[in-house]
Ligand binder design. Structure first.
Ligand code: TYM
Length: 336
């Protein structure tokens, strides 16, 4: 039986965080063994917020190196940058023309981001989820592993597929399913455990970056906001901060939350924080070592990016050609 196709990506803004790792990339690496996987750096999506060109350029290299360092294998998977496959922007246009504005108005991320970004509410921020649909549909992805915050965008993508099927038939675009992990799908901010850990948070203390130094990691985890109680229990409503730390602990150690709660009975929150800080440092140490090696080998990174882009383009161009045919645009090669 043909392997199912998996696709996912992360936008090149801010720093990749423990939230991105636990909610998404950790699942991506697990899936690479059994599925046909494509993972990319969404650099075009990053342009929806104002970027310093040099910093964006460096960040794209860094994100790509972090994907590899976190265990994504460039031979088993197709790893690439979105802007290296122009078909994304082209399919985006076709899908934009199928998407009612009313559907985009409902997107909570647009509302949140435009509230935070009052000086730059650009059209790209608004149509962002359509580009995301193009990313997915170009590769006939069956499954899209994401964190909880992307669920609404995935639902919109499914609506767009229905619009397309109704207008042009069902033979070209595959209906994707979201895959949201049972645990860690919404890792919370270390400073405000009622909102998600976000890589573009201005408060650096609110997230752990994959490439933070051990000293910073220790400081951030030990400084995580909890509550004034002392009883160790998992309760997302009453003890959001502690529960968030327990979730991170559970995912990284492979132990069940209950097991951890039992282990720490009678101990202080500080004990959990200290052990969790060590666990995060130990988990990230080999990743950071690999990352440093990769960043010293830019030629290898560029070669790997290039071969990933060629593999991706070969597939994307086939879908785009079929879409253009469905829509009635003239295909010169079939007219000769
Ligand atoms: P991005 O870059 O915000 O996040 C990348 C992935 O990490 C997940 N994630 C989290 N999971 C758990 N807890 C958190 N605190 C947390 N923060 C982020 C996200 O859900 C996501 O899975 N628009 C996407 C990138 C994208 C994409 C796509 C994804 C562009 N095109 C096509 C899938 C398919 C984004 O900005 O993710």
């Amino acid at each position: 039986m043909a392997k199912k196709t998996i696709l996912s990506g992360s936008t090149a803004t801010g720093d990749l965080t423990l939230g991105n790792y636990i909610g998404a990339i950790n699942n991506w690496t697990a899936l690479q063994e059994e599925y046909d996987c494509l993972y990319f750096v969404a650099d075009l999506h990053a342009l929806t917020v104002k970027q310093d060109p040099k910093k964006l350029n460096d960040r794209c290299m860094s994100f790509f190196a972090q994907y590899l360092a976190l265990g994504l294998d460039p031979v088993k998977n197709t790893l690439f940058l979105q802007s290296h496959v122009p078909e994304h922007a082209e399919l985006n246009w076709i899908l934009t023309c199928l998407t009612p504005m009313g559907y985009l108005n409902r997107m909570t991320q647009f509302k949140d981001k435009s509230e935070k970004n009052t000086k730059n509410i650009n059209a790209g921020l608004y149509t962002y989820p359509v580009l995301m649909a193009a990313d997915i549909l170009l590769y006939q992805a069956d499954v899209v592993p994401v964190g909880e915050d992307q669920k609404q965008h995935l639902e919109l993508c499914r609506d767009i597929v229905n619009f397309y099927h109704n207008r042009y038939g069902e033979k070209t675009l595959v209906m994707p399913e979201p895959f949201i992990g049972k645990q860690g799908a919404r890792v919370m901010s270390l400073q405000d455990p009622t909102s998600k850990m976000s890589k573009s948070d201005e408060n650096e203390k609110s997230f752990v970056s994959i490439i933070d130094t051990p000293k910073k990691i220790q400081k951030k985890i030990k400084g995580a906001v909890t509550d004034s109680d002392t009883v160790i229990e998992f309760d997302v409503e009453k003890k959001a901060g502690l529960s968030n730390l327990l979730t991170i602990y559970s995912v990284l150690s492979g132990k069940k939350v209950d097991e951890i709660v039992n282990e720490y009975q009678g101990k202080m929150y500080g004990h959990i924080k200290a052990d969790l800080a060590d666990l995060v440092c130990d988990t990230l140490k080999p990743v950071q070592e690999k990352y440093a090696d990769l960043m010293n080998n830019q030629d290898y990174l560029l070669e790997t990016m290039n071969s990933g882009a060629s593999k991706a383009r070969e597939r994307a161009s086939k879908t785009l050609k079929a879409v253009y045919e469905d829509t009635g645009l003239i295909n010169l090669s079939s007219r000769k």
